[in-house]
Design a protein around this ligand. Structure first.
Ligand SMILES: [Zn+2]
Length: 592
């Protein structure tokens, strides 16, 4: 049995807690450069898994229930959920079609054959991956009779059209035609005479989009929340006109209990050209308690900035507008959002024109984080943490740190002065930027939560940030650091984490017992976090790439103790496979 759970899986997994700008928010990843070449070689040698191996592949996704409390919804908003979910199911069918031309026929065959162990294993793997290729294994086929690997251009282009032919075709078009041909919302087809032609989504997928638009209109008529009504009706129009911009703006403004995301968004499935958007849907219910905590923190961000451990000259006197963050609980996902590694957060829209005019919205799905926490983080803590520390690991601290991490990306140096010119941290730090910025956000997140714990009483926030949170915060962070380190240290998040753990150990904040388990000392941890954060902030403020390289080179290494701990994590789930409990209650069954 051979799993290539290397680069691809790693990059996906590391993104699961982070919705950071410049990183893969959706949890999907693409292969690049040398990685892709190595992978292509491996695919040729990759055997089709037998039934047991296939079951083991699928078992890397732990099945977990996802639900949300909908009892507080108004009658109309609750009634709107059913047609919204029906539209999402239509989107799911549409995604199968986008993935591969043969998918719809294959789905029927696999469903009909799912009456024994082998048949069910193939059907389950097909549903998890939304196609006959295993995403965690570089999209290699897990059954006979299909291409050995997912077609790079999915079903967006004729199977026989090379990127070169496509590029020549695009170049041959007038400017306005080219814009449509290269746009998110069209496919390229070959006519009977062999000519390439551009077909808009509304035409190419007319049957399913007409059905989905009908469900959305029904939902719009039922909903009470005016913002929701508006988005649903406008999105129904967009499905049939391919003009998504007005409804993207309506989506940004959603602010009620029901928060659906539905449409063609990400382009990762188009590995050939990176142009075409895959249909997906998330149906979320807003978490009001978490939204309140978020606004409490947001109200004090400037105070955090002024307290950062760096010279005052580097501190910002005012903060720019922060991207809105919505905290939701997911009750359903579909299509591009549904296959393989599950996103716990996303940033949308992707349309640059809308982003330039209106910014983007960050959505964090709390119950997805919780499911991952329970299926992955707790088992990791069981194996690598000292018993007393293990007892302190909790979801509340975990999620709070994720929120603080996200907010921290908006603090600290960004536009800086170097050699008398204005430049940016990203520009100056180059290839070291991501690792340094992620470590900064991690450490500043800890620093920020600690400030709220220390000042909670004065701020009237001690119910949200009790003193007991401190020990939980650091023990939980230590457990989650192993989750990040699990996939090697080539990737930015993992390098950044290896550097942090090395610093904590150097300062005696984290220590290893003779049994090989790890333990954290909260008082020393506080000091160690502040010290390393201060060093990184100065590196950023001065745009000192040499110093960034030096600290990463010296500290981003796995010690034998860490390696041994990581080896002990074998067999723990890689990701989750949601069971949509609330959606099933509403629909009767989530099978389309
Ligand atoms: Zn981040």
């Amino acid at each position: 049995m051979k799993f290539t759970a290397g680069k691809l899986a790693a990059a996906s997994l590391l993104a699961l807690a982070c919705a950071c700008a410049g990183t893969q928010v959706s949890g999907k990843s693409q292969t690049e450069g040398a990685g892709a070449a190595a992978e292509a070689k491996e695919i040729q040698n990759m055997a089709i898994p037998n039934v047991q191996e296939l079951k083991a592949q699928t078992a890397r996704y732990a099945a977990v229930p996802l639900k949300a409390d909908i009892s507080g919804l108004s009658a109309g908003d609750r009634a709107a959920l059913k047609p919204i979910l029906r539209a999402a199911q239509a989107v799911d069918r549409l995604f199968y079609r986008q993935m591969w031309d043969g998918n719809e026929a294959l789905a029927e065959r696999l469903n009909a054959a799912a009456n024994d162990d082998a048949g069910r294993a193939r059907r389950d793997a097909f549903v998890v991956n939304r196609g006959p290729w295993s995403e965690l294994d570089g999209y290699t086929a897990f059954m006979e009779g299909v291409p050995a690997r997912k077609p790079k251009g999915a079903a967006y282009y004729p199977e026989d059209a090379s990127p070169k032919e496509l590029t020549a075709f695009f170049d041959s078009l007038s400017e306005s035609e080219r814009e449509k041909a290269r746009g998110f919302y069209s496919v390229i087809r070959r006519s009977s005479s062999g000519q390439l032609t551009v077909v808009p989504y509304s035409e190419a997928y007319r049957d399913i989009l007409t059905e989905a638009a009908g469900h959305l209109r029904e939902a719009a008529a039922l909903a009470d929340d005016p913002g929701l009504k508006k988005f649903l009706a406008m999105r129904a129009d967009a499905f049939l006109s391919d003009d998504y911009r007005p409804s993207e703006v309506a989506w940004m403004e959603l602010n009620g209990d029901v928060d659906p995301t539905m449409g063609p968004y990400e382009t990762y499935l188009d590995e050939a050209m990176g142009l075409k958007a895959a249909f997906e849907a998330y149906v979320g219910i807003r978490d009001h308690q978490e939204s309140r905590r978020l606004s409490a923190i947001t109200a004090h961000l400037l105070e955090i900035e002024s307290a950062l451990p760096m010279p005052d000259a580097f501190k910002r006197k005012e903060l720019g507008g922060l991207a809105p963050i919505a905290v939701l609980n997911q009750i359903f996902n579909a299509g591009d959002a549904g296959h393989g590694v599950q996103a716990a957060a996303y940033n949308l829209p992707n349309d640059e024109v809308v982003v330039a005019a209106r910014g983007s919205k960050r959505v964090m799905m709390k119950n997805v984080q919780q499911a991952k926490f329970e299926a992955i983080l707790l088992p990791i803590a069981d194996r690598v943490l000292e018993a007393d520390d293990r007892a302190l690991v909790d979801f509340d601290a975990f999620f709070l740190h994720i929120l603080a991490h996200e907010l921290s990306h908006g603090l600290g140096p960004q536009v800086i002065q170097k050699d008398g010119r204005e430049t940016s941290v990203r520009q100056e730090l180059g290839e070291t930027y991501s690792a340094i910025e992620e470590a900064k956000a991690d450490l500043m997140g800890l620093f920020m939560v600690q400030r709220f714990i220390d000042g909670g009483e004065k701020l009237g926030l001690s119910d949200m940030f009790p003193a007991s949170l401190e020990a939980r915060l650091y023990a939980t962070y230590l457990a989650s650091s192993f989750r990040t380190l699990r996939f090697g240290i080539e990737e930015a998040h993992a390098r950044s984490m290896a550097m942090q753990v090395a610093a904590f150990m150097e300062d005696g904040a984290v220590s290893v017992t003779p049994a090989g388990t790890f333990s954290v000392d909260a008082a020393r941890m506080k000091a160690s976090v502040t010290k390393l954060l201060g060093r990184l902030l100065v590196i950023q403020a001065t745009g000192d790439r040499d110093a960034a390289r030096a600290i990463l080179e010296r500290m981003a290494v796995l010690t034998p103790d860490l390696k041994r701990a990581l080896d002990s994590l074998e067999g723990i789930a890689v990701d989750i496979r949601p069971v949509f409990v609330t959606a099933e209650e509403i629909l009767g069954s989530t099978q389309p």
